[in-house]
Ligand binder design. Structure first.
Ligand SMILES: Nc1ncnc2c1ncn2[C@@H]1O[C@H](COP(=O)(O)OP(=O)(O)O)[C@@H](O)[C@H]1O
Ligand SMILES: [Mg+2]
Ligand SMILES: [Zn+2]
Length: 494
């Protein structure tokens, strides 16, 4: 029987702690330059390395042969501190939150260490202490004996009194990005002779949601389900309907203006254990992906999707136009903070979703009125042109309706990104500045459909052409921004 992965792969020195570079570098420096303080506070989400780092630090301050701040693991101190001992004291505040325990600690604190230079108290989940326990701890923190170092760890920094915060050197542990996680997972699997494919690796890394511990626990379940030969289908089965699936359903409900399934999808997402604030953030992230796809990003690592999933996302992206997605994105990004303080976050979230179903009748990009531009006022024979232009607009409106009625979803949605139609020499010229819509429309069969439909209303039209107005592409600003952020990692299909 194997040890759980997250136990087997607990980092033994600073260099094995992944993804917390700033914290690790600073701690190492303090050890190398012997500038220690008496109280540290490690805060951040669960499974990001707080306890592991605290244990390494406790050894490192006592190691007599440390190199580059790391405990050597071989000296008498390191060896003795690897066994159960009285110098590194771990207190789980979640189970020892009574004031007596801390009073007890206050007495014992005065006894000098037996093994090395320092006694180190690691108080985990310190936010769970009662008020009187905090006060007792505070007294010790005010005048700690020279040989004592406290490391307080918490996932909920906001629950700590300011008096404690002000006495500690604070370190923030961060959630890890999916690339760091999948690289780590690859190492772990290779060491354990667990086989996998890239896609499963990425799926499991994603499911960890930034926590190494959660990722390794999930990896454990997947590996044992697959008998150490991981395949994508089984991985997906074990991980279950991913959060993405929930979000996708919410968006599809919005796209279909289907209030009923909108509420059902939200309920399902919450039922799957999603906190509303997290759901909202994921919603914003998902929409951000769609926006990037709209502007031509194809690299899955930039998009933060699974390899091979591009088409699935592109299909959803096609249901909406870029401006719509932009406003949806800012809506969810905006309410994310409000949700934290809302007494009824569920209602707030639902109302944001409902607002995206426009006015109960014209939902999503697909049915938004097409924005047909009026010809340039400097054009000759202005009156005649305007009349003709209105004619064309009317015809175009009818054509759109037919496309929609025929359930040609991708097509109809691409057509909503048409921002100008005009008639030149009995040809209907359709302009769009949205590249992916252009590519959807610019297809022989679809152009034929358009021509047939147009002819229903005006038989004098003999052809339809679609033009991509590259220069006033509404997406250009977004592309420039993305280039700024991702530099050479980003590729646009042009
Ligand atoms: N930054 C990290 N680098 C490497 N492994 C980690 C890291 N964070 C967590 N782990 C893995 O998760 C397990 C639990 O981590 P732990 O340090 O207890 O997290 P925390 O105290 O932040 O909840 C470790 O044994 C290790 O397997
Ligand atoms: Mg911990
Ligand atoms: Zn040592």
């Amino acid at each position: 029987m194997n040890l759980a992965l997250y136990r087997e792969f607990r980092p033994k020195n600073f260099d094995e702690v992944i993804g917390q570079d700033y914290v690790i570098k600073t701690l190492k420096n303090q050890i190398k330059t012997n500038r220690l303080t008496h109280a540290y506070l490690f805060c951040g989400p669960r499974g990001t390395g707080k306890t592991s780092t605290a244990k390494i630090f406790a050894k490192a301050v006592n190691c007599t042969h440390s190199t580059d701040g790391n405990p050597c693991g071989l000296c008498a101190e390191c060896v003795a501190l690897s066994e159960p001992n009285t110098d590194i004291i771990e207190i789980d505040a979640a189970s020892n939150n009574r004031v007596e325990e801390i009073r007890d600690l206050r007495e014992k604190v005065n006894f000098p260490p037996l093994i090395g230079k320092y006694k180190v108290y690691i108080i985990d989940e310190v936010h769970m202490l009662t008020e009187s326990a905090f006060n007792a701890l505070l007294k010790t923190l005010e005048e700690p004996p020279k040989h004592v170092i406290f490391i307080l760890a918490t996932t909920e920094i906001h629950k700590l009194p300011a008096t404690i915060l002000s006495r500690c050197t604070r370190f923030d542990f961060k959630l890890l990005d999916v690339n760091t996680l999948s690289t780590h997972l690859k190492n772990v699997f290779d060491k354990r002779n667990i086989t996998y494919d890239e896609k499963s690796l990425y799926l499991i890394a994603k499911a960890g949601e930034g926590s190494v511990r959660d990722m390794l626990s999930i990896a454990d379940s997947v590996a044992s389900f697959c008998d150490n030969k991981i395949d994508y289908q089984s991985a997906e089965k074990v991980i279950g309907l991913s959060n993405r699936e929930n979000i996708k359903n919410i968006l599809l409900a919005i796209a279909n203006n289907d209030i009923n399934s909108l509420f059902i999808s939200i309920k399902e997402a919450i039922g799957a254990g999603k906190n509303i604030q997290v759901l909202c953030k994921e919603m914003a992230d998902f929409i951000k992906n769609l926006i990037m796809i709209k502007v031509g990003v194809t690299d899955y690592t930039v998009l933060d999707i699974l390899p091979g999933d591009f088409n699935k996302y592109a299909e959803i992206a096609n249901l909406f136009n870029v401006n719509y997605l932009k406003s949806a994105f800012s809506k969810f990004a905006k309410i994310e903070l409000d949700l934290k303080y809302s007494l009824n976050p569920e209602n707030l979230f639902e109302s944001a979703c409902l607002e995206l179903l426009s006015n109960g009748q014209e939902p999503k990009g697909a049915n938004e009125p097409v924005n047909v531009s009026i010809p340039s006022p400097t054009a000759p024979k202005e009156d005649v042109q305007k009349r003709e232009q209105t004619e064309i607009e009317k015809i175009w409106g009818n054509v759109l309706l037919r496309v929609k009625e025929n359930n040609m979803f991708a097509f109809s949605n691409a057509l909503t990104n048409v921002n100008k139609v005009e008639e030149i020499a009995h040809k209907l010229i359709v302009h769009t500045n949205d590249l992916s819509s252009f590519e959807t429309i610019d297809n022989k069969e679809r152009i034929d459909v358009l021509l047939k439909l147009v002819k229903l209303f005006d038989d004098s039209i003999v052809g339809v052409e679609v033009e991509y107005d590259k220069n006033n592409a509404s997406t250009q600003d977004i592309k420039d921004n993305l280039k700024d952020v991702f530099k050479s990692r980003i590729k646009f299909k042009e």
